[in-house]
Every structure is written in structure tokens, then in C-alpha cells.
Unconditional design. Structure first.
Ligand SMILES: [Mg+2]
Length: 179
């Protein structure tokens, strides 16, 4: 059975800039590119999972988001088609949330579409809502400390749900390798 690695973008793969819309502003988090390649070699299929309410708010277009994603992969030295699928939730926060994290909808659709084993797939992110997305889909969750603060609320949640907390994506993938 195939395993998915559902990756939050901002604060997990690249530094979290509020409403990132300029590809020239993208910087890297050290070790992420190697970690992504290593995760693939361990048999995990990479998916990009990002809430992009800036689109729903009319701040920028979906094309802008794709341009930023492309630039990110270019900086990583990875091919433009690296992600098996790209799951962008563009809803305005005030609208009904269908795909917006913590909705499990995207994960469940990817599981169906790509025949993944959800219980051995991971959602990795820097916010409580990433972990909630994992839990509500029946996937595993992991928190990385490269974005939003590791709060008491997050600490309590990860302990309750038996989810790992890592300094960065590289440390998380090292953990996967040891399993
Ligand atoms: Mg994030």
C-alpha cells in the first residue's frame, strides 16, 4: 500500500510570510530539499497541502500561488512535477470550508485517487490545524518548529494524539528513516 506525505507549505517547507504572493521573496528552510528527496526514497509520495485564503480574499490569483510553488521547487533543485498532487484550499475563511484545513476532505480525496493507506500517511505542518487535519482524516500528524510557535495548546494536542514534534522537516524525515 502506498503512503502519502501531506506537506504544509508556509512554515514547513519555506519560511512563513503572511500572504506570500511574490516568487522573488521565497527563501529556503535549510535541509528541506534533501529531506523531501529522502522521504521519496523511503517510499512516501509527496503532496503539497496549503490553505491559500489570499486567493479567496482577492489578494492574489491562483496563478500567483502556482508561480510561488514553482519557484520554491526550483530553489529546492526539484522538478516542477515533484508533488504527486497539489492541494490548494482557496476559500475565504468566512465562506463554507470544504477543502480548507482542518477539513479532511483533500486528504480523503487523495487517499481515494492515489490508493493510499491513510493510517500510515502523514500530514506535516507548523499549526494546530495541520494536526487537526491529520486526525480528522485518520492520518498521522507531525509538527515542525520552523513556522508558528510551538504553543502549550499544540504541545497538549500532540501528546494527546501521540504525534511527533520536530525541529524541522529534516528531523522528521530522519525519524521516518529510523522506523
Ligand atoms: Mg503553515
Amino acid at each position: 500500500m502506498k503512503r502519502g506525505l501531506f506537506l504544509d507549505r508556509d512554515g514547513t517547507l519555506i519560511p512563513d510570510y503572511h500572504y506570500l504572493s511574490d516568487p522573488r521573496r521565497i527563501e529556503l528552510i535549510p535541509g528541506v530539499a534533501d529531506a523531501l528527496a529522502k522521504a521519496c526514497s523511503l517510499g512516501y509520495l509527496p503532496f503539497l497541502f496549503s490553505n491559500q485564503s489570499g486567493v479567496g480574499r482577492g489578494f492574489f490569483t491562483l496563478e500567483t500561488v502556482h508561480a510561488c510553488n514553482l519557484r520554491m521547487l526550483e530553489l529546492f533543485g526539484l522538478p516542477a512535477d515533484f508533488f504527486v498532487d497539489v492541494c490548494l484550499a482557496t476559500e475565504h475563511p468566512d465562506d463554507e470550508h470544504v477543502y480548507r484545513k482542518p477539513s479532511p476532505r483533500f486528504i480523503l480525496e487523495m487517499v481515494e485517487k492515489h490508493n493510499l493507506e491513510v493510517s500510515s500517511s502523514y500530514m506535516v505542518g507548523d499549526k494546530l490545524l495541520d494536526l487537526e487535519t491529520a486526525a480528522s482524516a485518520g492520518a498521522r500528524g507531525a509538527f515542525v518548529k520552523t513556522g508558528k510557535p510551538f504553543t502549550e495548546e499544540v504541545r497538549f494536542y500532540t501528546e494527546e494524539k501521540n504525534m511527533g514534534v520536530f525541529d524541522d522537516l529534516a528531523a522528521f524525515v530522519d525519524h521516518l528513516e529510523k522506523q
